[in-house]
Design a protein around this ligand. Structure first.
Ligand code: G1P
Length: 379
């Protein structure tokens, strides 16, 4: 629920402090703090934003989308996983961007992240991107539209089948009338995509709202505050594909979509008894022996696939070993081994340095060493 709702006071002009001449490029803010609780146990040890989708960390898609839109002065909100994110992103030079790290002491919400970013943003307009989101068509057209029409804020919306999992927007005659964070009874199927364009007016909003029931300062409430103060919040319904990768099924779906857009290529070694069918990407140093890979699929650097079948929509990251096994519609992170598993593995997200193997040891039994909140399904 939106806090501090004020009955449509005509005070927006008072808050309109932005010079916004549209000439300076926008600043960028990427949020990479959150705990990723819906992806445990993977997120017990690493940042969810660094899980690779088609062998590229999710976060990099956001960085690339920003840079493609001409946004290169980027603040990156980080939390407990700061070190890992710093190691992966560095100073942003790889993308010809300048990345400034902003530490969020605790995951107190998206609006809290905006609040602590004020010294970095200053009085500029900015685009905010949630680091676990993927937007197929990037953000360039929204950024251009924002620069041209100069609203106080622009929000991206998408139709989804389960709106109750997101911030939900109610529109009337193409205007946003109300926003609600994860309502039990959504008023529409239009939800907030994790990309927002703001003027510094948002800083007044994030300071005015109070925490939601889940104890977070919600960006949805902050934008509702803008609406309540007569701000011009321009909605834009996107038609391209978009995904918030907060849950396993979303990760797998994102992986599916991205793999499908890639072109086949081979920088590794494929022996004569192996078959690559459809769009298969074999990265440098990977070896495929006596195996069938049915694309779309990607095999990461230095990975070995021996006597195995890798089915569609599978991403095997770097340094993995798959022997005498079958795998489909799954993501495997670096340096993991799947050895002699005769039952096909599918719909799975397998972490780093995991070993799954069949042994001849007696008694015949399943033996596990699983991290907290692991999930195993046996059939
Ligand atoms: C957040 C926002 C929500 C938005 C979603 C988009 O949800 O609170 O309004 O629709 O991102 O990804 P969260 O992922 O924090 O649950």
């Amino acid at each position: 629920m939106a806090a501090n709702r004020c009955a449509g006071g005509r005070v927006a002009a008072r808050y309109r402090t932005i010079p916004s001449d549209g000439e300076d490029p926008l600043k960028g803010l990427i949020l990479s703090g959150g705990l990723g609780t819906r992806l445990r146990p993977i997120t017990h040890t690493s940042a969810k934003q660094l899980v690779p989708i088609a062998n590229k960390p999710i976060l990099f898609y956001g960085l690339e989308a920003m840079v493609a839109a001409g946004v290169t002065d980027i603040g990156l909100i980080v939390g407990e996983t700061e070190e890992e994110i710093r190691a992966a992103v560095g100073d942003g030079g790889r993308w010809k961007a300048k990345v400034t790290y902003i530490r969020q002491a605790a995951p107190l919400g998206l609006a809290h992240a905006v609040k602590i970013a004020e010294p970095f943003i200053g009085r500029e307009n900015f685009v905010m991107y949630l680091g676990d989101n993927l937007v197929r068509d990037g953000i360039t057209s929204f950024v251009r539209r924002f620069e041209q029409s100069k609203p106080d804020s622009m929000i991206l919306l998408a139709h989804v089948p389960q709106p109750e999992l997101f911030g939900v927007a109610e529109l009337l005659d193409g205007q946003v009338v109300r926003l609600e964070e994860k309502p039990e009874q959504p008023k529409s199927d239009l939800v907030l995509v994790g990309v927002y364009l703001f003027t510094p007016m948002i800083f007044d909003a994030v300071k005015a709202i109070t925490p939601s029931e889940r104890g977070e300062l919600e960006i949805t409430d902050a934008i509702q505050w803008l609406l309540d103060h007569d701000a011009n919040v321009e909605p834009h319904v996107i038609d391209g594909w978009w995904k918030d990768t907060g849950r396993l099924e979303d990760m797998l779906e994102a992986n599916r979509f991205v793999l499908d857009t890639m072109e086949a290529s081979c920088a590794g070694r494929v022996d004569e008894s192996s078959k690559l069918v459809g769009k298969v990407i074999v990265e440098a140093g990977a070896e495929i022996c006596n195996s069938t890979i049915r694309g779309p699929a990607i095999i990461g650097e230095r990975s070995q696939i021996v006597n195995s079948y890798i089915g569609p929509f599978t991403s095997i990251y770097h340094g993995c070993e798959i022997r005498n096994s079958e795998l489909e519609h799954s993501i495997v992170l670096e340096n993991s081994k799947i050895l002699d598993v005769s039952t096909k593995i599918e719909d799975s997200l397998i972490g780093k340095e995991v070993v799954i193997r069949r042994t001849e040891e007696l008694p015949k039994a399943l033996r596990f060493m699983l991290g907290d909140r692991s999930e195993v399904q046996l059939t």
